[in-house]
Every structure is written in structure tokens, then in C-alpha cells.
Design a protein around this ligand. Structure first.
Ligand code: AMP
Length: 249
């Protein structure tokens, strides 16, 4: 069994996001970048599957600028076998990402594609769903548990008020949620070993995909600043303010 895993380079989750002054997007220069946290979970799950004897090869894929290769090296240091970098400086919308993964899923003849539930930079939550649509493969989104059987995959996914269990025929596309596992940190020896693992660079043209954006971002604005709070001395004062000023009680 071969697994393709999506690894997106995004602004680190601990960084305070700043909107560009011209409102065309968010500031990414001189900002710490990391692997999308949901993708770390996807890589971890693929590695656990391989360790349990359920997978033969894990191929990690990142689409975007040259520095995505650093993120791919991290995934290789965690335990992925090889990496593919689809190199482009162009803006990538989920349809373009889905086309890239669809082309690679066929080229590499994989049995499973694991993506994150969403990229924490643009919060699209669309790539996995579009990919399953393009490939006409079954999809399981927001997986919080995966179990493999003969040619089948059982996933448990969280839904409003409970959980849902789905059985998918392979090949399939799965997007992973936070509760699935806790990703490992790469060890120093594995970081060194990862430098020797294969990292193939391809262009969108090599994959014969049209990555042109289909949506236009009009503007990006920061949320309105919150007013400073006040401290009240007594509960009676709070009730009075809620009643007479906020008029909510
Ligand atoms: P999104 O639909 O943009 O929220 O992204 C969902 C998932 O698709 C991410 O967690 C990644 O696994 C994958 N993905 C999105 N964009 C990229 C990219 N540029 N390179 C690699 N994987 C990506």
C-alpha cells in the first residue's frame, strides 16, 4: 500500500497574523513558517500505519515556493520515505491543489491520500473534498480514527452531537482532524538521514495541470480592534450596567 500525504507550508500557528497595509493579504515576509498542524497529524498517521505493517511507502507532497522543501525535509525526518515538490510561486487555490494531488495520485498509483482537514492560513477546508471529486474516489473527512481492513478503511469522524463511522473502499481520500494522534518530533539522527532521502521537484506543467486561480480575493482586512474592558467593584454594579447600559437583562 502506497500513501500520498499533503504537507503545506503555512505561517506558524503561534505567530500573530498581520494584514498587509494594502489589504491584499497577510504579511508572510520575515514570519516563522511551519508545517500545517493538521498535516503533521496526517504524516504521523501514515508513519504509524507503516510501522504497523499496513503501508509500504509514504510519499509527502508540497505545492508552492522553493522553501516548501524545508517543510518536506521535516516530513522526511519524521519518517516519510520520499518527497515531491510541485514548484510554483503562483497563488494556489484548493482546486489547483486538488488537481496536483489528483495527477500525483495517478502517477504514483497510490491507495490512499491523507490530507489535513484544513490549512490554517486560508482555512479553506476544500482540497480533500475537491480531490475526491476529481478522482471519483470515496472520501472520509475530519477523521479522528482510522482502521484498515482487507481493501477497506474504517474511519470515525466527529459530527454535531456525536461521531459517525464510515467504511470506505480503497483507494480513498481522507482528511484528518486534531484528535487522530499526537505527531512525533523528528530526532537529530533522523533529520540527518532525511537529507539523503529523495526529493523530486516537478512543475505544474510536468503534471499537465492548469493551476490558474478561479476566485479573486477582493481584499483582506483585520478584525475590528476590541475595546479595553473595565473592572467593576460589585455584582450589583455589574447588574446595573448590564441592565441600563448594555440593555441585555
Ligand atoms: P485547504 O483545503 O486549503 O484548507 O487544505 C486542506 C489540506 O490540503 C491541507 O491540510 C494539506 O494537507 C493540503 N494542501 C493544501 N494546500 C497545499 C499545498 N500547497 N501543498 C500541499 N498540501 C496542501
Amino acid at each position: 500500500m502506497k500513501i500520498l500525504v499533503g504537507v503545506k507550508r503555512v505561517i506558524d500557528y503561534e505567530v500573530k497574523i498581520r494584514v498587509k497595509t494594502d489589504e491584499t493579504g497577510v504579511e508572510t515576509s520575515n514570519v516563522k513558517m511551519s508545517m500545517n498542524p493538521f498535516d503533521e497529524i496526517a504524516v504521523e498517521e501514515a508513519i504509524r500505519l507503516k510501522e504497523a505493517g499496513g503501508a509500504d511507502e509514504i510519499i509527502v507532497v508540497s505545492m508552492g515556493e522553493a522553501k516548501c522543501q524545508e517543510t518536506l525535509r521535516t516530513a522526511l525526518a519524521m519518517g516519510a520515505d520520499r518527497a515531491i515538490h510541485v514548484t510554483t510561486d503562483a497563488e494556489l487555490q484548493p482546486l489547483a491543489v486538488a488537481k496536483g494531488f489528483a495527477a500525483l495520485a495517478k502517477r504514483e498509483d497510490v491507495n490512499l491520500v491523507l490530507l489535513g482537514k484544513q490549512a490554517i492560513d486560508d482555512d479553506n477546508n476544500q482540497s480533500a473534498q475537491m480531490l475526491a471529486g476529481l478522482l471519483h474516489w470515496p472520501q472520509g473527512t475530519f477523521a479522528s480514527k482510522l482502521e484498515f481492513g482487507e481493501g477497506k478503511l474504517t474511519i470515525i469522524r466527529e459530527v454535531d452531537g456525536g461521531s459517525e463511522t464510515l467504511e470506505l473502499d480503497l483507494p480513498a481520500v481522507v482528511s484528518v482532524d486534531l484528535r487522530l494522534n499526537e505527531p512525533r518530533y523528528p530526532t537529530l539522527p533522523n533529520i540527518m538521514r532525511a537529507k539523503k532521502k529523495s526529493l523530486e521537484a516537478l512543475s505544474p506543467e510536468d503534471l499537465s495541470i492548469d493551476i490558474a486561480p478561479r476566485l479573486k480575493v477582493i481584499k483582506v482586512t483585520a478584525p475590528p480592534k476590541r475595546k479595553a474592558g473595565i473592572k467593576l467593584e460589585t455584582a450589583a454594579e455589574l447588574v446595573d450596567r448590564l441592565h441600563n447600559e448594555a440593555k441585555v437583562i
